[in-house]
Design a protein around this ligand. Structure first.
Ligand SMILES: NC(=O)c1ccc[n+]([C@@H]2O[C@H](COP(=O)([O-])OP(=O)(O)OC[C@H]3O[C@@H](n4cnc5c(N)ncnc54)[C@H](O)[C@@H]3O)[C@@H](O)[C@H]2O)c1
Length: 268
C-alpha cells in the first residue's frame, strides 16, 4: 500500500492509461479525483475505484480550460481533503501530413496536451505547496523524443511536456514537489487504435527492441514508482517506457529488416 491515505488527481482517467493508473493507485490505498471530459466513462472508473474500497470523485472538465480545472481541483481538495499526486494523462492525438494540418487542429492539440498539462500542474502545485509535498507525473510520448511522422502538433506538444517537466522540477523543488514524465511507446488503447491504420497496427510494434505493444498496466506501474514517497530524489526526468524504441532510434530500421528477412514470426 505505497499510497495509503493519499489523494491523487488523474486527468483523462475515463479510459486507457489514465484508468489503469487511477485503479492501480486506488489499490495502493489512494483516493482518486478524476478530471475528464467524458462524464460517463469517468463515472465508470469511479465505480471501479469504489469497488476497490477507495473514495473517488469525478469532475467533468476540459483540461484546456484553466477556470474549469481550477474549479475541479477546488472541488476535489474540498471533498477528498488534500492533494498529494497529480497525473497529467489527458491527451488527444490527430494524425495529418505536415502540409495539411489546420490551424484549429494545431491549436487544439497544443491546448489540450501542453497548456492543459501546465494548467493542471500550476493549480495542483498551489495546493501541494501549502503542505510542502507533491508528486507530479506528466504523460509525454516517444513522439516527443524522436520525430514522429504526420504527428507534428502532437509531437511538438509532447516534446514541450519534456521541457515543462524540467522547468517544473526546478521551480517546484523548494515546495517539496517532484515533477517527472513518462514517455510511453505504443500502448494498445482507443487513442492508438483511432490514429493508426490496420497496417500500422501490425507493423509499428516491431520497430521497438521489444517487438510488442506495451500494456496500460506497465505504464501504471511506472507512474506508481514516480508518484511514490520513495522517489523523492527523482525530479526533472523523462522515463521512456517504450520497449527500447527511443533507445534504438534509426538502428531499429536495420533490426526490423533483419527480422523480416529471417522469415520467422516477428515479435513471437
Ligand atoms: N496509447 C499510446 O500508445 C500512448 C503513447 C504515448 C503517449 N500516450 C499518452 O498517454 C495519455 C493517455 O493516452 P490513452 O492512449 O490512454 O488515451 P485515450 O484516448 O484512450 O484516453 C484519453 C482520456 O482522456 C480524456 N480526455 C481527452 N481530452 C480531454 C480533455 N481536453 N480534458 C479532459 N480529459 C480529456 C478522454 O475522455 C479519455 O478518457 C495521453 O496523454 C497520450 O498522449 C499514449
Amino acid at each position: 500500500m505505497a499510497l495509503q491515505g493519499q489523494v491523487a488527481v488523474v486527468t483523462g482517467a475515463g479510459q486507457g492509461i489514465g484508468k489503469a493508473i487511477a485503479t492501480r493507485f486506488a489499490s495502493e490505498g489512494a483516493d482518486i479525483g478524476i478530471i475528464d471530459v467524458n462524464g460517463e466513462k469517468a463515472q465508470a472508473t469511479s465505480e471501479d475505484i469504489r469497488r476497490i474500497g477507495r473514495n473517488a470523485l469525478v469532475s467533468v472538465a476540459d483540461v484546456a480550460n484553466f477556470h474549469a480545472v481550477e474549479a475541479a481541483i477546488a472541488k476535489i481538495v474540498g471533498e477528498l481533503g488534500r492533494l498529494d499526486i497529480l497525473i497529467n494523462n489527458a491527451g488527444i492525438e490527430k494524425r495529418a501530413p505536415f502540409l495539411e494540418i489546420t490551424p484549429e487542429d494545431w491549436q487544439r492539440q497544443l491546448d489540450v496536451n501542453l497548456s492543459g498539462t501546465f494548467f493542471c500542474m500550476q493549480l495542483a502545485a498551489r495546493e501541494m505547496a501549502k503542505r510542502g509535498y507533491g508528486r507530479i507525473v506528466n504523460l509525454s510520448s516517444v513522439a516527443g523524443l524522436i520525430g514522429p511522422i504526420d504527428l507534428a502538433a502532437y509531437g511538438a506538444a509532447k516534446a514541450g511536456i519534456v521541457g515543462l517537466t524540467r522547468a517544473g522540477a526546478l521551480d517546484l523543488a523548494d515546495f517539496g514537489i517532484t515533477v517527472n514524465a513518462i514517455a510511453p511507446g505504443p500502448i494498445e488503447t482507443e487513442l492508438m487504435l483511432g490514429v493508426w491504420t490496420a497496417e500500422a497496427l501490425r507493423e509499428r510494434p516491431q520497430h521497438g527492441a521489444i517487438a510488442r505493444f506495451g500494456t496500460v498496466d506497465e505504464i501504471a506501474a511506472s507512474a506508481l514508482f514516480l508518484a511514490s514517497p520513495e522517489s523523492g530524489f527523482i525530479t526533472g526526468v523523462t522515463l521512456s517506457i517504450d520497449g527500447g524504441a527511443a533507445a534504438a532510434g534509426a538502428y531499429m530500421v536495420e533490426k526490423y529488416r533483419r527480422r523480416k528477412a529471417s522469415g520467422k514470426p516477428i515479435g513471437a
